[in-house]
Design a protein around this ligand. Structure first.
Ligand SMILES: NC(=O)c1ccc[n+]([C@@H]2O[C@H](COP(=O)([O-])OP(=O)(O)OC[C@H]3O[C@@H](n4cnc5c(N)ncnc54)[C@H](O)[C@@H]3O)[C@@H](O)[C@H]2O)c1
Length: 401
């Protein structure tokens, strides 16, 4: 860790300069507590861009970067089939780790990451996920305070164009962590676990896979029963028809105003008969090194990031966290609690990591927490396949404040 003037700085290396890195970049670049001090990526274009942007070295081989002694921590943002290899590599070099969601592609793999970080006595945090969003954390605060009584039922929906964004073929391969159950339920389940107590006792689910050419998990509907009696129902469709951001004041997942017709444009583009290679080129064009940020992300921030409409039904109120604040329909009537925006997008992720690293505060989004979420995602897939209820392993309660 370096001190610049009176500011303590975390020297961070990044593995994987893709979309996730681009979404974390405003926080990583703008937070004076962080110095982006190295990167690793197989793409030369991305490495060159990183060296120009951050005046720090970029490597083809992640091990060469992890072995440097001028880094304190590694942000693992490579595709999730590589998370285990990269987390183990960072831990073996004594570096603290922040790994993107989903933590891995199996609970067993997550266990190996947890054990490696425990052995090396380094921190392991899983994030970003949308359970870091301010409106969700505010709901958690209220739930913990007992203000509206116990949580009984949580309902969440998200209708997106996930399946029709430009993709590599391997992103549809469910065995390699492709499709919406691994990629999107990881957010949904994380939010539901945080607000419903954390320990899922039973999962009953349906998973949809109905497009003839984009074959993968494209939709799900899952019922999660929690220890203590709460129940969550989560529904997601990535088939680019309805856009549920219209139910979120027209503000999208990344906190920007969205065009309600965007999904139709997305689907039209791919219906026009792109070959796989052309589609991969289109994806490359949106990557770090090829494009600064996509059009939507260059537009001004209009609200908090979110993962779709949500109603949290408690004993004394229904809470509806949105991009602008929280609607409260309670025994006392209705009110809206606006929530001011943070100065940097996704800064909450760094706040939690640094509070644990420098302040000794327990992590909310620890490796154990990430594994419990992944185990529920695996149970969604298994329940859909067997058409039976599944009891997920590795569950843990929400850590105390
Ligand atoms: N939290 C979020 O909102 C969010 C958003 C997007 C992605 N993600 C997660 O981030 C991870 C990466 O996804 P993405 O969308 O950025 O993927 P991506 O394909 O856009 O980028 C991945 C990057 O990793 C690089 N890479 C590939 N193999 C590598 C290796 N062996 N070593 C080092 N780098 C390697 C690629 O060249 C690319 O630059 C996934 O786990 C994904 O689920 C999270």
């Amino acid at each position: 860790m370096r001190r610049a003037g009176s500011v303590q700085r975390l020297r961070l290396g990044v593995i994987g300069l893709g979309r996730a890195f681009m979404l974390m970049m405003p926080a990583l670049k703008g937070d004076p507590r962080v110095e982006l001090a190295g990167a690793a990526d197989p793409r030369a274009l991305a490495r060159d861009q990183f060296e120009r942007d951050f005046h720090a070295p970029a490597f083809e081989d992640p091990l060469e970067m992890c072995a440097r002694n001028d880094l304190d921590a590694i942000y693992v943002a490579s595709p999730h089939p590589h998370h285990e290899e990269h987390v183990l590599m960072a831990a073996a070099q004594g570096k603290h780790v922040m790994v993107e969601k989903p933590m891995g592609i199996s609970a067993a793999s997550c266990t190996r990451m947890i054990e490696a970080c425990e052995r090396a006595a380094v921190l392991l945090m899983v994030g970003h996920s949308h359970s870091f969003d301010q409106p969700i954390l505010r709901c958690l605060q209220w739930i913990r305070s007992g203000r509206y009584g116990a949580v009984r039922l949580l309902s969440g929906w998200n209708y997106t164009d996930f399946m029709f964004r430009p993709r590599r073929a391997d992103e549809f391969d469910v065995q390699a962590g492709g499709g919406v159950v691994f990629n999107q339920a990881a957010h949904h389940v994380d939010v539901a676990r945080l607000l419903c107590g954390g320990k899922v006792e039973r999962v009953d689910a349906f998973v949809g896979n109905w497009h003839p050419s984009r074959v993968s998990h494209g939709a799900y509907s899952a019922l999660l029963r929690f220890e203590g009696g709460a129940c969550a129902n989560l529904t997601y469709s990535g088939y680019a028809h309805f856009n549920s951001d219209t139910w979120m004041d027209g503000i999208g997942e990344l906190g920007r105003r969205v065009d309600p017709g965007k999904h139709h444009q997305t689907i039209e583009q791919l219906k026009s008969g792109l070959q796989q290679t052309q589609e991969e080129q289109l994806k490359q064009q949106r990557s770090y090194g090829a494009a600064p940020r996509s059009g939507t992300e260059q537009s001004p921030v209009a609200g908090h990031q979110h993962f779709g409409p949500l109603i949290v039904s408690c004993d004394k109120a229904d809470l509806r966290p949105t991009a602008l604040g929280i609607h409260v329909d309670s025994d006392e009537g209705y009110h809206f609690e606006p929530l001011a925006l943070s100065t940097l997008e996704r800064q909450e992720v760094l706040d939690e990591f640094l509070a644990a690293l420098w302040g000794g505060r327990p992590l909310l989004h620890s490796g154990h927490w990430g594994r419990a979420t992944l185990a529920v995602c695996e149970s969604i897939a298994r329940s859909a396949q067997t058409q039976q209820g599944v009891r997920p392993e590795h569950q843990m309660a929400v850590p105390a404040a």
